[in-house]
Design a protein around this ligand. Structure first.
Ligand code: ZN
Ligand code: ZN
Length: 317
């Protein structure tokens, strides 16, 4: 076991916990329950780079415009993928993987939706390239790409950034999605059908010939938004230039509206682990207008305060 990071499995369920003793050391810039921010030195700002963490960057006129680096407080650590032990009810293994951070913009305090469409396309291109590079590494089964933004999203750093975790197992929610797709596989991809139906439903937000966005019929969060390529693309790395443009435009529009609701949201990218798993690539935006509470934790079902059809109307306005 390296650095006290451990992967553990629930007694019976296909559910995993990553026990990391490092993460509790993360700095917290947000004050509890307040929107104000403790501004110390921001390590994501130009001039404060930590060279030993650097991986790469896109530069313009001698300055970086997007950069990516190793997470200083990783949820997973590279190393040998071994040490898996199964002892009755107790499964554990080394927390093998890679944890990177993409700094979306050099501008401190600038939000994703405030970037131009061209800048967002460039950023999505970086996500796509890092996704592909990490997915190809030996022992990696899945790459989780996500953004935490705002004090109630789980973000600990104000400066807009995105995280990429490459890991040696498939997350339980992705397994559930793949299983559901597999059950209906004889009739073709269910998401391809869902997209067609939602494009004509009162839950639609935006659509063009490449992408469709809508509020899901049964969301996990109020005002949740899903974005799908119309074509049956299965991963971020399969999206072409036109699709990235549409995705950028929809993200920009939806996030500008989310900003009217709350300062906190997550963006979650779902790719198919393997081609044969058949999962239709999609993006979920989860605004944090309220916290999950006892019911959600007890049941893993969700009480939603706003009808999806009303949220869609809000987004279309
Ligand atoms: Zn900064
Ligand atoms: Zn599909």
């Amino acid at each position: 076991m390296s650095d006290g990071i451990e992967l553990r499995k629930d007694y019976l369920l296909e559910r995993f916990s990553i026990i990391s003793h490092k993460r509790k050391l993360r700095p917290k810039e947000y004050k509890q329950g307040a929107n104000s921010v403790n501004v110390g030195k921001c390590y994501f700002c130009p001039g404060n780079e930590e060279p030993d963490l650097a991986i790469g960057s896109i530069n313009e006129n001698g300055r970086w415009v997007v950069r990516w680096l190793k997470n200083k407080y990783p949820a997973f650590d590279a190393g040998e993928k071994d040490g898996a032990r199964n002892d009755g009810f107790y499964f554990k293994a080394q927390g093998f993987g890679y944890h990177e951070v993409v700094i979306d913009t050099p501008k401190h305090g600038t939000k994703l939706f405030e970037l131009s469409q061209r800048e967002i396309v460039r950023l999505l291109g970086v996500y796509r390239d890092r996704y592909q590079a990490l997915a190809n590494r030996p022992g990696i089964k899945y790459v989780v790409l996500f953004k935490n933004s705002g004090p109630n999203s789980g973000a600990s750093i104000v400066h807009e950034h995105t995280q990429i975790i490459a890991q040696g197992f498939i997350p339980s929610l992705v397994l559930e999605k793949i299983d559901a797709v597999r059950r209906t596989k004889s009739e073709g991809c269910p998401y391809c059908k869902i997209i067609k139906q939602e494009a004509k439903s009162p839950r639609v937000i935006l659509l063009d010939k490449n992408f469709v966005s809508f509020v899901p019929f049964a969301p996990r969060f109020a005002h949740e938004a899903w974005l799908f390529p119309r074509r049956h693309a299965q991963s971020l790395s399969e999206l072409d230039a036109k699709e990235l443009e549409s995705l950028a435009l929809m993200l920009k529009h939806i996030l500008r509206r989310v900003d009217k609701l709350t300062d906190s949201f997550n963006i979650l990218f779902y790719s198919s682990p393997k081609k044969s798993d058949g999962l239709h690539f999609h993006v979920e935006i989860t605004p944090r207008t309220s916290a999950w509470a006892g019911y959600e934790f007890a049941s893993q079902d969700y009480i939603i305060s706003s009808p999806p059809e009303e949220s869609a109307r809000f987004y279309r306005a």
